[in-house]
Design a protein around this ligand. Sequence first.
Ligand code: PMT
Length: 398
Amino acid sequence: MLKDKTILLGITGGIAAYKSAELARLLIKEGAAVQVVMTANAEAFITPLTMRTLTGRPVYSSLFNPSYGSATVHIDLAREPHMVVVAPATANFLGKIAAGIADDLLSTVLLAVNLKERPVILAPSMNTVMFHNAAVRENIELLRKRGYIFADPLAGVLACGDVGEGRMVEPAQLLQLIKDKFPAREDYGGLTVLVTAGPTRELLDPVRFFSNHSSGRMGYALARAARERGARVLLISGPTALEPPPGVEFHPVVSAREMYDVVMDKLFLADVIIKTAAVADYRPEETYSQKIKKGGDLLVRLVRNPDILQELGSRKGNYILVGFAAETENLLNNAHKKLAAKNLDLIVANDLTEEGAGFTYETNKVNLLYRDGHVEELPLMTKYELAHLILERIKIII
Ligand code: PMT
């Protein structure tokens, strides 16, 4: 399953470093290429020679080693892997990553990894009192919010003799977690998925517009995940600062009416439509070709935009239709109403009052509401993880 995947295995200085050798062996057995980066303290617990012999690759540990052949080895290492796993991750290392400190090769690589493109799993290992120290707890929570994935340590007898949480997960469990992050198969091969993403902008004059806080992250994560699972992907997006994921057919739009036109034009191609976009419900009735000059109060009359999802629901043919709901109150009630009114198969309900959920965050926390009335409450996770989970659920409906 891990064939053609490269995993960067970071090892920091804890007694559980010996487990990393077993993890590297298991990963290689699954077909992965393993690139090890060790801290100086890790070398006190396990030798680079052991890891080099197991992985068949040179082990990196220094920021400034001329023999590496690249002056930007930290960037090269951050770009190469499909996933980064730091096991064990010490309290000191977690603190550095949380604070953005980059004072050795591994911490610098972590800072250079784009979390939107590759997941990072951290497997803490430490004494139980250290694990429950307020500073460590806060660092872990902060890192989770930023999108890092934690392989939570186990409880048991620790190397120091204490009993409690802090023992690094076993290599076999870590391997399973790693495998779970890669889609098992190309289960969307032969299907076309249409995703709308981002905000729309409703122009008032050449310099002003009405819009919202959507960054496009949720929609782009869905487009990327669907592509990874083998789908043909049409991404219709309002203005965002994001790069379209590789391999998707990208259709940039600005206003709700432009989005409506492109969606209706491409509709016949789609097996699955996912409406993540935060479409402006209203636009100024009148737009101005010149910048409006300052004067007294300005009254702008807003008129309704077309409801794209409503239209898709009323025309519904053979496609699966998935909507999103962004709510600040009565989440489930409002989402249920939208599911029924817009004739959807599934609605993804964001509670905008939840920390880490909704607009702009790398993470999201949602409830999935199905046509049969079933509600699935999901924990906080990265938008990329959520994207795969939503696609898994849609596949069951198909
Ligand atoms: O882009 P991010 O920063 O990652 O944020 C993600 C998100 C919060 C934008 C996303 O998770 C989300 O909730 N998207 C839907 C936001 C929204 O517009 O919700 P709504 O409840 O107003 O609309 C309900 C549904 O109708 C949505 O699927 C929307 O795309 C659709 N709609 C709404 C209005 C309209 N005129 N046409 C539509 O198609």
